[in-house]
Write a protein that binds this ligand. Structure first.
Ligand SMILES: [Zn+2]
Length: 406
């Protein structure tokens, strides 16, 4: 415990403050669930589902914080540093091994919580369709892809910070180019490893979608159906791609539960995000954030106090990156709160766009109502919880905004 060390103070208080903010938010949110005594049809399930999720979240974040503090205060970081150095590789490889080992460990620690979420809670409320085989397959695929895609880029970043005085600038450019490449790669080669994409068969729905896209001057290269039902009953739709190559993917579960008008309204909302330039603005925001983080990393790596705050004796780029991420966590949470605020504003704008495109707010109102009902969403989440976590405004506020414009 070294309260003279600014890195130590920021890391420990950051972890404690965000943990307690999380607890308070969960508690406030639970207190706003409808009362059990007043429960109407279906409300029982909603109350139980939201309570179960909140309890699991509290247990998970408590366990994670306890584990982190235990590891930290028994000297885990110093030990890990010694162990990876003792393997005798170059500083670069040592750094990569360190980061890979920590990522694997984090994956293992979160595994029981993820298993409980999917096979405990989601299964109990009838959402889960994932088999244990699919679940294990998904985890393995994620790890392998993470390794293939992540390790080279991490090696490159570590190498830059070891060799180049202006590493922050070069790694910023590298990561920006890389993330654009990844958003091209993901829908084509990564997502198909998890979901089956099939062209939406010709018919009324396909006609409807294409004519909507044409009317809104939105170039669509492909409309597919995705077998979301293999994992969950929860419905969704998403877009991918740039320029003239936009791909629309509808979850089969969305098609099963929504009529043509409602699906068109959901798509019009998504098209609204493109037309209002939300997607590009969010990417630019992400790049700026990355620049700030890398600039701070530049200074952190030169500070011996960063290492001593975590009981690590020798400085290295790999360990420095890991420790810096621990310190910068609270700052990232603050940035995320701003991002969520912007995102909620964008949702209202996309809703308004969809209502105008459809000539009526009605189809979107019923579509959103169905999604919220089918997902057992909290009907009136607490503003503090919304502020911390929600990228979308609460349903009641979205509906109020839609209806007031109608
Ligand atoms: Zn949206």
């Amino acid at each position: 415990m070294d309260l003279q060390n600014p890195w130590f103070v920021i890391a420990i208080f950051g972890a404690l403050v965000s943990y307690h903010a999380e607890l308070i938010a969960e508690f406030l949110n639970l207190s706003r669930l409808p009362k059990r005594s007043a429960a109407e049809d279906g409300n029982e399930n909603l109350i139980e589902y939201n309570s179960a999720i909140a309890k699991a979240d509290v247990v998970r974040s408590s366990a994670m914080l306890a584990l982190l503090l235990a590891f930290w205060f028994v000297g885990g970081f110093g030990w890990l540093d010694q162990w990876t150095r003792s393997l005798g590789y170059s500083p670069l490889i040592t750094g990569v091994i360190l980061i890979a080992a920590l990522t694997l460990a984090q994956n293992l620690v979160s595994l029981p919580f993820d298993v409980y979420h999917t096979f405990g809670i989601e299964a109990k409320f009838g959402f889960n369709r994932t088999t244990p085989g699919t679940f294990i397959g998904d985890r393995m695929k994620s790890l392998v892809i993470g390794g293939i895609v992540g390790l080279p880029i991490i090696s490159l970043i570590l190498w830059m910070f070891e060799k180049l005085p202006q590493a922050a600038l070069y790694s910023w450019i590298t990561l920006t180019v890389f993330s654009i490449f990844l958003s091209w790669l993901a829908p084509r080669f990564i997502m198909p490893l998890f979901l089956k994409f099939e062209p939406l068969p010709p018919g009324a729905l396909r006609e409807r979608i294409l004519s909507l896209a044409q009317k809104l001057a939105f170039p669509v290269a492909e409309v597919s159906v995705v077998d979301g039902s293999r994992r969950s009953t929860k419905a969704n739709a998403f877009f991918a791609g740039f320029g003239k190559n936009k791909r629309i993917a509808l979850f089969d579960t969305l098609i099963q539960t929504h009529n043509e008008d409602e699906i068109a309204a959901v798509l019009a909302h998504e098209i609204g995000h493109f037309k209002k330039k939300h997607v590009i603005q969010q990417m630019v925001f992400g790049f700026l954030q990355m620049g700030v983080i890398l600039g701070l990393l530049h200074y952190a790596l030169r500070s011996p106090q960063l290492f001593s705050a975590f009981g690590v004796r020798q400085m290295s780029v790999g360990m420095g990156l890991v420790l810096f991420m621990m310190v910068v966590g609270p700052l990232l949470s603050l940035i995320e709160i701003v991002q969520l605020m912007i995102s909620r504003r964008f949702e209202y704008q996309a809703d308004a766009y969809a209502a105008e495109a459809m000539g009526s707010s009605q189809p979107l109102v019923t579509a959103l109502g169905k999604l919220s009902h089918d997902h057992l969403s909290h009907p009136s989440p607490h503003p503090f919880y919304v502020w911390l976590h929600h990228s979308h405004p609460p349903l009641s506020q979205r509906l109020a905004a839609l209806i007031s414009k109608a």
